[in-house]
Design a protein around this ligand. Structure first.
Ligand SMILES: [Zn+2]
Length: 481
């Protein structure tokens, strides 16, 4: 996931941590009519069938196998690369091969940033090569590199306090990891903030709670009207070491070389396939993940897992003959990592469909063992989803939380009040791998993917097939059902 919408995500994360777990009380206050509860409960046999086929039967292991085929074939897939476009072609063909309907790509212009060769070398007080990754959208250095003395700060406030010492220096940020949503501001704004005090480059401690000396890349944003300076991430271990040296008063000199370039925008595509609804096809339930990734590791976890969870859910529903009243549409977003570029373009191009979006789902915060869903929407959406989740005790996926903060591509729709959900899963280790060379197939697990697929497919099918729409504003009609 990316963080173009930093403030929103910060609020969402704070919200999650502090007060937004659905308490038993709140669920007890649900006042759904018995008829609705009975209707949802009547899906127990369908859920049992989907779980049996996906977790134990014919489709056991298929989400993992499809994903592994794809990952081994393409590896990582950054926006603007021919590798991503080849991967999109492959998914379009595969969607047709697996009988999805209305399969097509929707074109969108995406940023095209290329990393090139890069290195950071500690020259004083001693020689050491520093593991690093340039940050997305960063400019490069001159060919001979930037060689400068470094200052080390823990925060933007600390930088401000020593602002007179910053001119001509490389600024190293050794900020504490609080949470991804809060700490990522240092990756996003280190360069422009440092440049405003005369800094010549920045090195930012990777945004991760755990490190085996692995740098974690990600997008960064330059402010308009401030000199652009090169910016990269370094490992937690090296950031800590540089801080210790700095606090001892040792002179630190670093040489940074980066060939990074921003090329003209490229054409990419959002990948779309459907199971057309049998009686209300104009109404849509979306299941999604993003197909692009960073240019390191394999993008198996971020977001290969989420993309294939959604894609294979549609494939399994189709194969099982489970065609719902409403249309189930799977979307594999492009250029999520560069600031939700594919999703923003899609929302704009599909404005006339917004009123018909019944429910939107994305998984982009890991596909580890599922526990349930995280949702956004009015309280009755939670009440309905909890009734649905009560059908999943056998795979232990009955928990409901809010908001749906693992669904960055849905940001605009969720802010508009369209009800939606992301996957609640055992994502505690998600940011260990995120945007690093460690994001490989080894972060994925076949059993966890099977359970997540069974849950995801079942929820999408039930919501798409209910006799009533998911409520957005008023729930009056629910009580007249
Ligand atoms: Zn992602």
């Amino acid at each position: 996931m990316t963080e173009n919408v930093l403030i929103t995500i910060c609020l969402l994360l704070l919200c999650t941590i502090v007060f937004c777990d659905i308490s038993n009380n709140e669920i007890e206050q649900c006042n759904l009519p018995k008829k609705i509860k009975d209707e949802i409960a009547s899906y127990a046999p369908v859920v049992e069938k989907i779980i049996n086929e996906t977790v134990y039967g014919k489709y056991k292991g298929t989400t993992y196998d499809h994903l592994a085929d794809f990952i081994d074939k393409f590896g990582n897939r950054i926006a603007g690369s021919s590798n991503l476009e080849n991967a999109i072609d492959y998914m379009l063909n595969k969607s047709i091969q697996f009988n999805l309907e209305n399969v097509h790509g929707e074109k969108v212009q995406v940023p095209h940033w290329v990393r090139g060769k890069e290195s950071a070398t500690l020259l004083e007080p001693r020689y050491q090569s520093l593991a690093m990754l340039g940050l997305g959208s960063s400019i490069g250095t001159p060919p001979e590199g930037i060689r400068a003395e470094a200052v080390v700060v823990k925060s933007f406030d600390e930088l401000k306090n020593i602002s007179k010492k910053v001119k001509g220096k490389i600024v190293v940020f050794d900020q504490e990891y609080v949470s991804y949503g809060i700490s990522v501001q240092y990756r996003d704004y280190a360069a422009s903030t440092s440049a405003s005090y005369g800094g010549v480059a920045t090195l930012v401690r990777s945004i991760t709670p755990f490190s085996l000396n692995t740098p974690h890349t990600g997008w960064q944003d330059y402010n308009d009207n401030i000199t652009k300076i090169p910016t990269a991430c370094i490992t937690v271990e090296d950031a800590n070491m540089l801080r210790r040296m700095y606090e001892r008063g040792e002179k630190i000199v670093i040489e940074l070389k980066m060939e990074a370039k921003n090329l003209p925008p490229a054409t990419s595509r959002n990948t779309v396939g459907e199971i057309v609804g049998h009686s209300e096809p104009q109404k849509i339930v979306i299941i999604s993940g993003h197909l692009d990734s960073w240019d390191v590791g394999q993008g198996a976890m971020d977001d290969g897992g989420g993309a294939f969870l959604s894609w294979n859910s549609a494939v399994i529903l189709k194969a099982l003959g489970l065609r719902a009243k409403r249309t189930i549409r799977t979307i594999l977003w492009t250029a999520e990592e560069e600031g939700l570029v594919g999703a923003f373009a899609y929302v704009k191009a599909h404005k006339n469909e917004t009123k018909n979006l019944n429910f939107v789902m994305e998984s982009d915060e890991g596909t580890f063992t599922p526990h349930g869903l995280k949702y956004s929407g009015i309280p009755d959406v939670g009440c309905i989803l909890q009734e649905i989740l009560n059908l999943f005790p056998t795979i232990n996926a009955t928990q409901l939380q809010q908001p749906a903060d693992g669904a960055p591509d849905l940001t605009e729709w969720l802010q508009e009040g369209i009800p939606g959900a992301s996957l609640l899963n055992e994502a505690e280790r998600y940011f260990w791998f995120h945007h690093s060379a460690a994001d490989t197939m080894d972060a994925e697990n076949p059993e966890a993917l099977d359970k997540a697929t069974a849950l995801w497919a079942s929820v999408a099918y039930i919501v798409a097939n209910l006799s009533f729409d998911m409520p957005r504003n008023s729930t009056d009609y629910l009580h007249k059902v």
